[in-house]
Design a protein around this ligand. Structure first.
Ligand SMILES: [Zn+2]
Length: 460
């Protein structure tokens, strides 16, 4: 099957230019002006639109179960929502498995659950919840199977201690993988939560950000950078950076030549902690870790995107419903499941708030939502670029489409969106995975199971 995407403005990580794109057998085979229409089986007119690499979201929880609570979407609905928002590939962070389980346990489980459900391409990060010889040895076998990154938590029940973190950093580096970190200081959060339980208001969602202050994140980031130095300057990746103070530590480390990657998410760029005071218990909707911060933090993070300190915008998409949050959190906010949905709104929000408001340029936008995450997480050169030989994963974005975000216009399988009421300009009109149009003008045409598992290998 040969397909021509014609008359569009092509945007990559480095260039903006008028060009046609020829797709054959799911791959890009020519990028030139005025490619001949003879012998082309299908024509897609992209006049007036930007043709960009499909979005790559390397931080999702579409399939998370915590205790008895399962997120409200799952791999099928989650991937449908992702596709409508221009994302063509995700890398899912699995939740913790049973205590003491092998490293492959969660990957095998998630693989089985994803394979017949996903409509876009996907991979998984590993998750380390304890460290012993067997776990350290299986880091290499997991990397060989294409799972080229691992998640380590510095808080929650599966958190690791400093010695263990150094061991995991070294094992991941030796295997050719990338360790990623949820950076919050556990002792600080426990202490402050304990204090709120004794003397504070545990029904007030505004207690949530106070129990997880910015210095808890900054401390953890500072420590991780020191540990990576002790491990021999192992490259590390910080997920969901939320604070100006954490950003400054990363910026300084990068200036010293250390390979520290940072990811942030639209919620930390567009929402502030006043949302925890919303009426009718709506403050519970924004329970997530880390919490959203102040306007100064948002501004600092935008600067970090513009100057390159932050490499990736992902979502941490985790669609526990408002109903689930109310059921557990109304009388005790610390019992509310954490996380927010965002996989469908990532690209429109970053385009509208970032590119159109001139905080980042078009190339940086493509770097942040597609090219950088694909490269850092080992999906390149197959994903994240418009280049000869790459998968024809494309997002054709109409820069004039205007929408007001609401639950009703989205395909996310959840009863709220934290971005309700925000006006955005620019939305993906056509979304292609391996040359197949899966979304066109809001109509989904891919079937369950169309998405493929992608073997990841980090290029050095
Ligand atoms: Zn997460």
């Amino acid at each position: 099957m040969s397909i021509l995407v014609a008359n569009g403005t092509v945007v990559t990580a480095t260039r903006v230019f008028q060009s046609d794109i020829l797709i054959e057998n799911g791959c890009i085979t020519a990028i030139e002006e005025d490619i001949s229409r003879a012998n082309v089986e299908k024509n897609i007119d992209a006049a007036g639109c930007y043709v960009m690499p499909g979005g790559v979201d390397v931080h999702t929880h579409m399939n998370l179960t915590v205790g008895e609570k399962h997120v409200s979407d799952g791999f099928y609905h989650g991937s449908v929502a992702a596709a409508h928002g221009g994302t063509t590939c995700i890398v899912e962070h699995p939740g913790f498995g049973p205590e003491g389980c092998e490293l492959s346990h969660q990957i095998d489980l998630y693989q089985e659950q994803a394979t017949d459900e996903m409509v876009i391409d996907y991979s998984f990060h590993g998750v380390v919840q304890h460290v012993d010889d067997q776990v350290l040895q299986s880091v290499a076998s997991l990397t060989d199977k294409g799972i080229a990154s691992l998640k380590v938590y510095l808080t929650y029940s599966g958190r690791l201690g400093d010695e263990e973190i150094i061991q995991v950093m070294k094992a991941t580096r030796d295997a050719g993988g990338m360790p990623t970190f949820h950076a919050e200081n556990h002792a600080i959060i426990s202490e402050l939560t304990q204090e709120f339980r004794q003397t504070g208001d545990i029904k007030d969602p505004a207690s949530h950000p106070k129990s997880r202050p910015d210095y808890a994140e900054a401390e953890a980031i500072n420590r991780l950078i020191a540990l990576s130095r002790a491990a021999g300057n192992v490259p590390i990746y910080i997920v969901h950076l939320s604070t100006a103070s954490g950003l400054e530590i990363i910026r300084n480390a990068q200036k010293q030549g250390l390979e520290i990657y940072a990811e942030t998410c639209p919620q930390y760029l567009t929402l502030t902690d006043s949302c925890y005071r919303e009426a009718d218990d709506k403050g519970l909707q924004y329970i997530m870790a880390p919490p959203v911060r102040t306007e100064q933090d948002c501004d600092a993070l935008w600067d970090g995107l513009a100057d390159g300190t932050i490499s990736v915008v992902a979502t941490d998409h985790c669609a526990f419903s408002f109903a689930q949050k109310l059921a557990k959190g109304k009388t005790d906010i610390f019992q509310s499941p954490g996380g927010i949905p965002g996989v469908e709104t990532r690209i429109p929000l970053l385009f509208s708030e970032g590119v159109l408001k001139k905080r980042i340029d078009m190339n940086r936008f493509v770097q942040l939502v597609s090219t950088n995450p694909a490269r850092i997480m080992g999906l390149a050169p197959q994903k994240g670029d418009i280049a000869i030989g790459a998968d024809a994963d494309l997002m054709i974005l109409d820069p004039t489409a205007e929408k007001t975000i609401s639950r009703e216009i989205l395909h996310q399988h959840v009863d709220y969106t934290p971005f309700a009421g925000m006006k955005v300009t620019g939305w993906p009109r056509t979304v292609m995975v391996r040359g197949r149009t899966i979304v066109h003008e809001e109509k989904m045409s891919a079937t369950k199971g169309f998405g493929n598992f992608v073997n990841r290998k980090i290029q050095t």
